[in-house]
Ligand binder design. Structure first.
Ligand code: NAP
Ligand code: MG
Length: 402
């Protein structure tokens, strides 16, 4: 078989621990034999981040701006224990945080559905993608414990010196207080990423907030979504046969539970924090959840939603057998290859991504799966395989599909 050609390289961002081991297995078994893989490689493994004083993370982000599409392995976000373990010069910030700060995107998380791993909600027939606004609100709040009676004000001092002052509350005794903010520019970016993503997957977009109570704050979010829809996406949505729909957050939750799925659900920061965890556990497993960062300028960065699976890595280092699920990491690659094919007009590359995803699903549906899925599957006849055996089984299914 002739290998599938690529024109533009993918930005390949390597990572840490068990996912770094899976990364190489996936390339060797599932990509290199089939695709004339072109990548520009950035090693975000913690030792190399340390060698470059984390410059490599910034270089990787800029490469995504140059080429448009990246694929990322899970990486360690250092804490005090990691600084010691890796003898780091600094407690570097989260690579995903750095990438997001440079690309200014929204993260979309989508569960991978297979027969035999059923969602808890039986009417969910297709995946629900959650888009979480990852800027501001309560995550950047200023809080105070109020010790005694007194009056709290919301004060804004404009650059020209004009001051507006509104009373928040006249405390008669101790209490608590918090202030938070968001910016039009971030909300516009969020909205544009959501519309662009919904259009690219041809699914309806829902946005939910609580503008009946928070008339100005959440009201502004609603207005900005409406503005982007009316002025930039209405026609495109119509052509694609999809709709945009705003509803209150509590109504959205009720409707999601009754829906058949196949929706992109945009959430404010806190709502997204809460409901992404609800969706990922209701759909089955963190190891079956993909994630893509979409920038408002149309750059895409694909990855698995889980971390580096540290506990399995220590077993691997000790020479013990591991049964780590590589599905979300494989889907990060297929997502990136499909997008690259789409942007470069290479149908074979898009076709290969579909074929590889189907091979993964067929393999699991035939009963061959890693330990995490064995625990939750409804299939009766199953075979538990180790990390490499799973990838090799997918390769056999893939080869048989040509
Ligand atoms: P984790 O890597 O997501 O793993 C947590 C647990 O979930 C594992 O111990 C394992 O459970 C299960 N699990 C997750 N992915 C799995 C897979 N593919 N196959 C089988 N089981 C899987 O989270 P963590 O161990 O808390 O974090 C490890 C490192 O990852 C941290 O240094 C953190 O900074 C980093 N992290 C990176 C990202 C990212 O790059 N996007 C995201 C999150 C965390 P069992 O042990 O019970 O088998
Ligand atoms: Mg959370």
């Amino acid at each position: 078989m002739e290998k599938i050609r690529m024109n533009t390289p993918l930005v390949e961002i390597d990572g840490d621990e068990m996912t770094r081991i899976l990364w190489k297995m996936i390339k060797d078994e599932l990509l290199l034999p089939f695709v004339d893989l072109k990548t520009e490689y950035y090693d975000l493994g913690l030792p190399h981040r340390d060698e470059t004083d984390d410059r490599v993370t910034i270089d990787a982000a800029n490469a995504i701006k140059r080429y448009g599409v990246g694929v990322k392995c899970a990486t360690i976000t250092p804490n005090a224990a990691r600084v010691k373990e890796y003898d780091l010069k600094d407690m570097y910030r989260s690579p995903n945080g750095t990438l997001r700060a440079i690309l200014d995107g929204t993260v979309f998380r989508t569960p991978i559905l297979v027969n035999g791993i059923e969602p808890c909600v039986s009417n969910w027939k297709s995946a629900i993608t959650i888009a979480r606004h990852a800027y501001g609100d309560v995550y950047k709040n200023t809080e105070a414990v109020i010790p005694s009676a007194g009056t709290a004000y919301l004060v804004f001092e404009a650059e020209d010196g004009t001051v507006t002052k509104q009373e928040i509350f006249a405390f008669r005794g101790p209490g608590v207080l918090q202030g938070m903010y968001n910016t039009d520019s971030s909300i516009f970016s969020f909205a544009r990423s959501c519309f662009a993503y919904a259009l690219s997957v041809r699914q309806d977009l829902w946005f939910s907030a609580k503008d009946t109570i928070s008339k100005k704050y959440d009201g502004r979010f609603k207005e900005i979504f409406e503005d982007v829809y009316e002025n930039e996406y209405k026609e495109k949505f119509k052509e694609a046969g999809i709709t945009y729909f705003y509803t209150l957050i509590d109504d959205a939750v009720a409707r999601i539970m009754k829906s058949e799925g196949g929706i992109v659900w945009a959430c404010k920061n806190y709502d997204g924090d809460v409901f992404s965890d609800m969706l990922s556990s209701a759909f089955g497993s963190l190891a079956m959840m993909t994630s893509v960062l979409v920038s408002p300028d149309g750059y895409y960065e694909y990855e698995a939603a889980h971390g580096t699976v540290q506990r399995h890595y220590y077993k691997y280092l000790a020479g013990e057998e591991t049964s780590t699920n590589s599905v979300a990491t494989i889907f990060a690659w297929t997502g990136a290859l499909r997008k690259r094919g789409e942007l470069d007009g290479i149908k074979e590359l898009e076709g290969f991504a579909d074929r590889l995803e189907n091979a993964v699903k067929d393999t699991i549906e035939s009963g061959i799966m890693t330990g995490d899925l064995i625990r939750i599957t409804s299939l009766k006849e199953t075979t538990k395989v180790n990390s490499l055996e799973f990838i090799q089984a997918v390769r056999r299914t893939l080869e048989a599909s040509f």
